[in-house]
Design a protein. Structure first.
Length: 73
C-alpha cells in the first residue's frame, strides 16, 4: 500500500503515456496512416509488461473507511 491514496506518480505517468499512445493509434487508424497505427499498437504491446514491472496494479485507491469523511452519505 502506498502512502498516497491517489497512486504513485510513476503510475500516473504510465497511465498518461498509455492513453496517449492508444489515442494516437486511433488517430492513425482514422486518418489512414498504417505506419502510425502499427507503431502505436507495438508500443501498447510493449507497455503491458512495463506496467507489470513498475507495479501499476499495486496502486489501489482505497475508499475512506471513516464514516465522518465526506462522501459517506
Amino acid at each position: 500500500m502506498t502512502r498516497n491514496r491517489h497512486g504513485r506518480p510513476r503510475s500516473w505517468i504510465y497511465a498518461g503515456v498509455f492513453v496517449a499512445v492508444f489515442t494516437l493509434g486511433g488517430v492513425g487508424l482514422i486518418i489512414g496512416s498504417a505506419a502510425l497505427f502499427w507503431t502505436c499498437l507495438i508500443l501498447l504491446v510493449v507497455l503491458l509488461p512495463v506496467g507489470k514491472l513498475i507495479g501499476v496494479m499495486d496502486d489501489t485507491v482505497m475508499a475512506p473507511t471513516d464514516p465522518e469523511e465526506p462522501g459517506h452519505g
